[in-house]
Design a binder for this molecule. Structure first.
Ligand SMILES: *Cc1c(COP(=O)(O)O)cnc(C)c1O
Length: 396
């Protein structure tokens, strides 16, 4: 019995990897091929694998799987999200120009400003939510528009289809970092993007145990070019991490559904709390990107941000919490609370940060799989401590 993946919903396809595994044994999980090289049976005709940097059967299962989920021609697995992003940027040449979201992931900001600039690849940061600003910012040498939606940490929404329309009119490629949504909630290639990129370290793997990156290219010709770079640059994902990632991906649907539902409940509760100044969450109809987001995605996701009045109350709040991990990263079974001011955006000058709304009171919460009532109780008791001390310091 052979199974064509395309007959099924993504939730079903996530759970079954057998379509991509060599069918010789019937195994439902791929074997881990710890082999750097492959014997060639014939002198003058080589098999599908020769050396594991160029291709490995375990990695191929993962690469075929993500290509299927995103609906692209070919998938590629890299050593990290940044390796995937950097490799995609290597499709560019000296003299080319990139239009990029101003609130892009910190590591991408660093790569663009500190590394690519040395290779004479130019960039302009734009507010991607403002389509007229995007339209005005193209240059004759613009080759790529780089989008992250929802963005980090304020969850700004970019209209992927509209950006694609502007980019195609200028003969530019569109790359989308789909880390926050995953193909379970949003499939940028179906909206016209050329390459979709993931930090698979986050929701796709889901257990805070792997650092990995994935990219999927929509058409064969560009896929061939990225495949060439993957092999030439060599920043591939090791086979054991490929296997761990595949294992994590099986439960992506159920994890993201549950976490998103809990995130929604927590967002509502935070919004009605007097100590909370703002909640940033695309699930709210009052979020400025709400309608665009739900046109291109099937859910709000499991990440939200919120702000407390100042650093002192934020510190007390964080120190009073018992459940969430206080750490960088997101998208795991455990809830992860981050403090952008000193974590993801530490390198940004305070003035620049605050101009972007990343204040000393801003926290980002990636909601995990704990019981949501436990999470809410924990958050409420920590807010109570923070507000009491807030009152005390005000009177001093
Ligand atoms: C974490 C992250 C990255 C970088 O991925 P790594 O796996 O840490 O290299 C890129 N983009 C987004 C949106 C991320 O959250």
């Amino acid at each position: 019995m052979s199974r064509s993946q395309n007959d099924f919903d993504i939730e079903t396809r996530l759970t079954s990897q057998s379509a991509f595994i060599d069918s010789a044994t019937g195994a439902v999980n791929p074997p881990i091929h710890y082999s750097s090289t492959f014997h060639q049976h014939q002198f003058d005709q080589f098999g599908p694998y020769d050396y594991s940097r160029s291709g490995n059967p375990t990695r191929k299962v993962l690469e075929d799987m993500i290509a299927d989920l995103e609906g692209g021609a070919k998938g590629f697995a890299f050593a990290s999200g940044m390796a995937a992003i950097s490799s995609a940027f290597m499709l560019l040449s000296a003299g080319d120009h990139v239009l990029i979201s101003e609130d892009v992931y910190g590591g991408t900001f660093r790569m663009i400003t500190q590394v690519l600039s040395r290779f004479k690849i130019e960039h302009t940061f734009v507010n991607m939510t403002d389509l007229s600003e995007v339209a005005r910012s193209f240059q004759p040498n613009t080759k790529v528009v780089y989008v992250e939606t929802p963005s980090n940490p304020l969850l700004h929404i970019t209209d992927i289809e509209e950006v694609v329309r502007l980019a195609k009119a200028k003969n530019c490629f569109v790359f989308v970092d789909n880390t926050f949504m995953t193909p379970f909630l949003q499939r940028p290639l179906e909206l016209g993007a050329d390459i979709v990129i993931h930090s698979a370290t986050k929701f796709l793997s889901g257990h805070s145990d792997v650092v990995a990156g994935l990219a999927v290219v929509k058409d064969e010709q560009l896929a061939e070019q990225l495949g060439y770079i993957q092999n030439a640059f060599g920043s591939i994902l090791g086979v054991h991490d490929c296997w761990l990632l595949l294992r994590g991906m099986k439960t992506l649907g159920v994890r993201l559904k549950q976490s998103s539902q809990s995130a929604n409940e927590i967002a509502l509760r935070l919004q009605s709390h007097p100590l909370i100044e703002a909640v940033y969450y695309p699930g709210f109809t009052t979020h400025p990107g709400h309608s665009v987001h739900f046109r291109q995605s099937s859910g709000a996701g499991a990440v939200l941000s919120f702000s407390l009045p100042n650093q002192a109350t934020t510190k007390l709040f964080v120190e009073s919490l018992k459940i969430p991990v206080f750490a960088v990263s997101l998208g795991a079974v455990e809830s992860i609370l981050s403090y952008p001011a000193t974590m993801s955006h530490a390198a940004m000058p305070k003035k620049e940060r605050e101009k972007r709304g990343i204040t000393d009171g801003l926290l980002r919460l990636s909601v995990g799989l704990e019981n949501v009532d436990d999470l809410i109780k924990d958050i409420e008791q920590a807010l109570l401590v923070a507000s009491k001390i807030g009152e005390v310091t005000e009177h001093v």
